[in-house]
Design a protein around this ligand. Structure first.
Ligand code: PXG
Length: 455
């Protein structure tokens, strides 16, 4: 691509394109967007011809890697056969049927039905409406409140951003909407101080019980959480956390919603994070890895417990999207799952590449500016600190993360910053040699970050 072409794209982009989660003033001051033009395997190329190792799998989604022509062919064939028909008004089509059957087979036991959406955000909007409908049908219309967690990410629509627990998001636009409350997260490194991680995990789980009792069981509909918080900074809860949360949900009979938008489809080394943590979700939102991001598609897996009520009690659920279960997206998702099965990608992550990543990533903990290096499956985080014992950060929160992220881009690595936590979520097809490359690049970038900080 010529320099001229790149300039034209950047200029047109600056004039006409409002990007998601972007400070446009700052973007333009920095010279505009990076233009990504093609990709193959775990690598991206920009319009200047630079190669980047995509440590984020796009946006936590390209699980089978880039360049899968098979998926393009499936999309092509489905577009020729039936490019669109809806699933409303007593209709459906073969791709939606086949995908729902497949999802029932690969998701945890008891989840046998899917409500299709186009994104994770829409899946979580569906969750909010569905849990309230469930309790209304059960004769308990006052059970309306959903408990979530601070620093959770569940999407960007009004309902899903409200379910999320990110303060800066809530501050724009008067969120959360009523009926959603947030408890503290199980972030031991950031908030656990000197406590024992297992005790801390139990304490943070106990907050759920306290909140249920404070609100009254007759008011609480559900608890929603990601198995491992992704956008919040790859927060891996202490092992004591999930068993305690699960027991509390069971004790009080509130619905457990496990948001698998990031953890689903192999990211943890199991098909679903719920299997990793032995959870039995009542509702399970999915998206991203469902199609490896090749086309937009999401959904909510619905347990027999909930679905049986929705179906048995009858009455219409006034909810759905034009493109719910879009035939082309459904066909591609099905083919994506077929690739994962054929290539044994989940087992390879669990048995080979995730243990290797864990081992190699852990070596970064010795770096002078790394306070903690953690992984779970194909998720990883580095806590950047100025003082390892006190866990103090450099200067303004987030500045060092941004500095390190920019250095990563310059060195051909996509690694994201959440505040001063650096995170990765590479394509699941990354090999051990490529993990060496990823960790080597991360180390170089940490060195250069330390240097830029004057160390
Ligand atoms: N739930 C979870 C757990 C997510 O991570 C959503 C729901 C919403 O999905 P959609 O498809 O509506 O985007 C997500 C999305 C980031 C980042 O910066 C993360 C997401 C989206 C955009 C940016 O890490 N996760």
């Amino acid at each position: 691509m010529s320099e001229n072409q790149t300039r034209q794209w950047k200029d047109a982009d600056a004039r006409h394109h409002l990007h998601p989660f972007t400070d446009h003033k700052a973007l333009q001051e920095e010279g505009g967007s990076r233009i990504i033009t093609r990709a193959e395997g775990i690598y991206l190329w920009d319009s200047d011809g630079n190669r980047l190792l995509d440590g984020m799998a796009g946006l936590w989604c390209v699980n089978v890697g880039y360049g899968r022509e098979e998926l393009a062919r499936v999309a092509h064939d489905q577009m020729c056969e039936l490019p669109f028909y809806n699933n409303f008004f007593k209709s459906t089509h073969p791709p939606a049927v086949a995908l729902s059957e497949k999802l029932a087979a690969i998701t945890p036991a008891g989840l046998n039905r899917v409500f299709f959406t186009n994104s994770g955000s829409e899946a979580n909007d569906t969750v909010l409406r569905m849990v309230r409908r469930y309790w209304a049908l059960q004769g308990q219309p006052d059970k309306q409140v959903v408990i979530s967690r601070k620093n959770a990410y569940h999407g960007s629509t009004v309902a899903s951003a409200s379910l999320g627990g990110m303060k800066p998001i809530h501050e724009q636009g008067g969120l959360p909407i009523p009926g959603i409350v947030h408890i503290d997260q199980p972030y031991w490194y950031g908030e656990g101080g000197d406590s024992d991680p297992a005790d801390f995990g139990r304490q943070r789980a106990a907050l759920l019980e306290e909140k249920i009792l404070e609100l009254g069981v007759d008011k609480v509909a559900a608890f929603i959480a990601e198995p491992v918080q992704g956008a919040g900074g790859v927060i891996i809860p202490p092992d004591s956390y999930w068993p305690a949360v699960k027991a509390i949900c069971e004790k009080y009979g509130i619905l457990l919603v496990v948001d698998e938008v990031i953890c689903g489809f192999g990211r943890t080394g199991e098909w679903f994070g719920s299997q990793y943590y032995d959870l039995k979700p009542d509702l399970m939102p999915i998206a991203k890895g469902l199609s490896s991001g090749y086309l937009p598609i999401g959904g909510v897996m619905v347990s027999d417990k909930v679905a049986d009520v929705l179906v048995a009690k009858g009455g219409e659920f006034y909810h759905g999207f034009t493109y719910s279960g879009h035939p082309v997206a459904a066909a591609v998702a099905l083919a994506n799952i077929a690739i994962m099965e054929r290539e044994n990608i989940v087992a390879q992550v669990r048995d080979t590449t995730a243990p290797y990543l864990a081992e190699q990533w852990a070596t970064l903990a010795a770096h002078p500016i790394v306070g903690e290096a953690r992984t779970l499956g194909m998720l990883g985080a580095l806590e950047i600190v100025s003082d390892k014992t006190r866990r103090t950060r450099f200067g303004e929160a987030g500045d060092t993360g941004t500095l390190c992220r920019d250095i990563c881009f310059k060195n051909g690595l996509v690694m994201r910053a959440v505040g001063d936590t650096m995170i990765i979520s590479p394509p699941l097809v990354i090999s051990c040699e490529q993990i060496d490359e990823l960790v080597g690049l991360a180390r170089t970038c940490l060195d250069q970050t330390a240097q830029a900080l004057g160390l």
